[in-house]
Design a binder for this molecule. Structure first.
Ligand code: MRU
Length: 333
C-alpha cells in the first residue's frame, strides 16, 4: 500500500496528491512553512492525513527553531474544516508543555511519528468494525477519497472496504468522481485498482440513478468533523448522496476516527466550511473549462444532518442514533 507521509532525516516526505494517478511524485518539506503550503495546496489532504502532517509540521518548526506558538497557530489555521489538523497540532502543543528543556526535538519527532503509526492502527480497527456492516455480494458507493491517501495508511471508508474484502466478502465499489478536485476519480480509483478491488468510477450526478435501480448496497464515506449530535462535515456532495440514500432505502455509513469527533460542537451548523480557489472549478488540470470571468463558488465541504446517517463507525465500535449519547460513549467521555 502507498506511503502517504513519512518522517525522514531529509524532511517530511509525502506523495504529491495533486498529480495522481498519472504522475507519482514526492514532495519533501523541510520547514513548517513548506508544510503549511503542502497542506494548503493539497499535496496532502484528507482529515487524518493532515492531522499527521500538522503534527510533523510542528516537529519541523521545532527543528528549525521557529517560534513555537506561531508554528502551531499557523499550521492549525491552514485548513479550517477538518478538526484532525488542529487535533494533531494541539497534541504536540500539550506534549511540548510537559517538556522542561530536555530532549525537546527528539520527543516532538517521536510523538509525530507515533501519531502516524497510531493512525494506521486506528484505520485497521475502523475497518474491522465496519466490515460486518457491508453485505457480501453487494456494491459499496463511496464519495471523495477516504483511503490510504487520506490517512497515514489503510483508510477509513476504504479501510472498511479493505477489511470486508479481507474477510472474504465479494464486493465491488462505485467511486463518485468528486468534482472539483476529483479525489474519487483520481485517488480512490487508483488505490482500489492497486488492491485489485473491482471499482467503477461514476460522475457525481449518477449516484441517484444507480441507487434507484437497486444497484447500491450501502454508502460508506469518511468525515472531516463530526458534531456531538452526529451531524457530519465531509467533502462537498456528501449531503446530496446521503439524501439520495435515504430516499432509496440505502444505508449511509460514516467511517472516522474519534479524533474527527468534535464533541464541543453541539451541531453541524457552526462548522466552518472552507472556501477553495475558483481555479479548481474553472480548470481540470491545465484545461480551462468555463467561460472566462464567469461567477464561481467552491465550498469544499458540506454538512449532512444526523437524520441521514445510519451509523458512524470508529475505532471503538459503531455508533447509532441518538448520537448525543453513543458518540460520547465511544469517545470515552
Ligand atoms: O479536501 P479533502 O480532499 O481534504 O477532503 C477530504 C474528505 O472530505 C474526506 O472524505 C475526509 O477527510 C475523510 S478522509 C479519511
Amino acid at each position: 500500500m502507498v506511503e502517504t507521509i513519512l518522517w525522514t532525516d531529509a524532511g517530511v516526505v509525502m506523495i504529491d496528491q495533486r498529480y495522481l494517478p498519472h504522475k507519482q511524485e514526492y514532495v519533501t518539506c523541510r520547514t513548517y512553512l513548506e508544510m503549511v503550503d503542502a497542506i494548503k495546496t493539497m499535496v496532502i489532504r484528507g482529515a487524518p492525513a493532515i492531522g499527521v502532517a500538522g503534527a510533523m509540521g510542528v516537529a519541523l518548526g521545532v527543528q528549525e527553531g521557529a517560534d513555537f506558538d506561531t508554528v502551531c497557530d499557523t499550521l492549525a489555521a491552514t485548513r479550517p474544516t477538518a478538526v484532525n489538523l488542529s487535533w494533531g497540532v494541539e497534541r504536540m502543543r500539550r506534549l511540548r508543555a510537559t517538556l522542561n528543556g530536555h530532549d525537546i526535538l527528539p520527543r516532538m519527532i517521536a510523538e509525530a511519528k507515533l501519531i502516524r503509526e497510531e493512525d494506521i492502527a486506528i484505520c485497521q480497527a475502523i475497518g474491522r468494525h465496519g466490515a460486518d456492516l457491508v453485505v457480501d455480494g453487494k456494491t459499496v458507493l463511496t464519495h471523495c477519497n477516504a483511503g490510504a491517501l487520506a490517512t497515514a495508511g489503510y483508510g477509513t471508508a476504504l479501510g472498511v472496504i479493505r477489511a470486508a474484502v479481507s474477510a472474504g466478502k465479494k464486493i465491488d465499489v462505485f467511486a463518485d468522481e468528486t468534482r472539483p478536485f476529483l479525489q474519487g476519480a483520481r485517488l480512490t480509483a487508483w488505490e482500489l485498482q492497486q488492491d485489485g478491488i473491482p471499482t467503477t468510477v461514476i460522475t457525481d450526478n449518477m449516484a441517484g440513478y444507480f441507487m434507484k435501480k437497486g444497484q447500491i448496497g450501502c454508502v460508506v464515506v469518511g468525515a472531516d468533523r463530526i458534531a456531538a449530535n452526529g451531524d457530519v462535515a465531509n467533502k462537498i456532495g456528501t449531503y446530496s448522496v446521503a439524501v439520495l440514500a435515504k430516499e432509496n432505502g440505502v444505508p449511509f455509513y460514516v467511517a472516522a476516527p474519534v479524533s474527527t469527533f468534535d464533541l464541543n460542537m453541539a451541531s453541524g451548523d457552526k462548522i466552518e466550511i472552507e472556501q477553495r480557489p475558483h481555479r479548481e472549478v474553472t480548470h481540470v488540470f491545465d484545461a480551462h473549462i468555463t467561460p472566462v470571468d464567469i461567477g464561481i463558488q467552491n465550498p469544499a465541504f458540506d454538512v449532512t444532518p444526523n437524520r441521514y446517517v445510519t451509523a458512524i463507525i470508529c475505532e471503538n465500535g459503531v455508533a447509532r442514533a441518538p448520537y448525543e449519547t453513543s458518540l460520547r460513549a465511544l469517545a470515552g467521555c
